[in-house]
Design a protein around this ligand. Structure first.
Ligand code: R5P
Length: 346
């Protein structure tokens, strides 16, 4: 028996196979919104959860030879399913499309699960699980995984390009231009840690603003625990735009804001791409807003619709990315340039 790993046989790729959009249930609201921007509808599908917790996904229409896009929200408040439940259901959906002879399969996963496990954080006996998620999607049969502002774009190198690849959508130009229109910017852009400095620089350049960063010290023996943030740069008497890719428990943001206020910052707007808001995140942000009102400064929070929160307070603003995703899907389907879409002035 040949024990060598078999390379996946290349599929025949026509320039423009008929497009087919479908979704797992946790991603339905986002997928419907993208489909409506594209002037189309989602294919009928059926997601079943058995009593034992096992899932199943069925496609209710022919997808043979189609260019299939499967949406899933791997995090968010729309149901109680865990990141693992949602991811496993995505794998069922990918496999269902592959076994139904779809020509090309793209998993549309705006928030890439495991993205923060992109390297070993100073200790050795742990996985690098961003790659594990990539391998699982590959072996289910996906040709491409589409993400939005992934935590570390080197995760693209964790995919085997003979099987599939990562397509990451960059938002900076569109988001900055929207922030400017909403008057939610600042004189200085601050990165909450040195890891995000390069992305923060892109915001600063687009806004012709100054740049500063915090050096964030974590205790990795406890999840989500920041014990100190130290400022590198100048914020005294200036309005700050604090930018991050992910807000999970809001521990990093609160620690950053405490330090910025200590250093004399005036008003603070926070913008993030993936507002996960777990644990006491909402309470922490509400406490910041209350503090701002008591002390007479402005605090606003911006998140994108990658994770859509409902019934939000007036100081929370949502930047809708569905039009951009619709444009990117159309480009991919017509084999056009996605980089061109990123660079287009909105
Ligand atoms: C870290 O590298 C990320 O960019 C975020 O700053 C972090 O994951 C946010 O987590 P939390 O809100 O729990 O502090």
């Amino acid at each position: 028996m040949n024990t060598k790993m078999k390379k996946k046989a290349p599929r025949q790729k026509n320039p423009r196979a008929p497009i087919a959009l479908m979704t797992c249930e946790s991603g339905r609201a986002f997928a419907e919104s993208v489909a409506s921007k594209m002037g189309t509808t989602l294919l009928p599908t059926n997601e079943t959860w058995f009593a034992c917790g096992e899932g199943k996904f069925e496609i209710g229409a022919n997808v043979r030879g189609h260019d299939v896009y499967i949406f899933q929200s791997t995090a968010g408040p729309q149901d109680d399913r865990s990141i693992y439940d949602r991811f496993l259901m995505l794998l069922h959906a990918i496999e269902a499309a592959a076994l139904s002879d779809a020509q090309y399969i793209t998993a549309v996963v705006p928030y890439y699960p495991g993205a923060r496990q992109d390297k070993r954080k100073g200790r050795t006996r742990e996985g690098i699980s961003a790659g594990l998620f990539a391998r699982m999607m590959q072996s289910a049969g996906t040709d491409r995984v589409m993400t939005v502002e992934i935590h570390n774009d080197s995760i693209a190198g964790m995919f085997n390009p003979s099987m599939s690849h990562l397509e990451n959508v960059f938002l900076t130009r569109q988001l900055v231009s929207w922030l400017r229109r909403q008057k939610l910017t600042g004189d200085v852009v601050v990165s909450p840690d040195v890891g995000y400095l390069e992305r923060a620089r892109a915001y600063a350049e687009e806004l012709s603003a100054d740049l500063a960063a915090l050096s964030k010290e974590r205790d990795y023996s406890k999840p989500n625990h920041v014990f100190r943030s130290t400022l590198i740069g100048e914020v005294k008497d200036r309005d700050v735009l604090l930018v991050d890719d992910i807000i999970d428990t809001a521990g990093s943001v609160v620690s950053a804001i405490d330090e910025l206020k200590k250093q004399g910052a005036r008003n603070i707007n926070v913008a993030c791409v993936h507002p996960l808001f777990n644990g006491s995140a909402w309470q922490r942000l509400t406490d910041i807003r209350t503090r701002a009102e008591n002390e007479g400064w402005e605090f606003n929070m911006v998140g994108t619709s990658v994770i859509c929160h409902e019934n939000t307070p007036h100081w929370y603003h949502t930047f809708h990315i569905e039009p951009l995703i619709a444009q990117v899907l159309e480009k991919i389907n017509s084999r056009g340039s996605v980089t061109g879409v990123h660079n287009e002035a909105p």
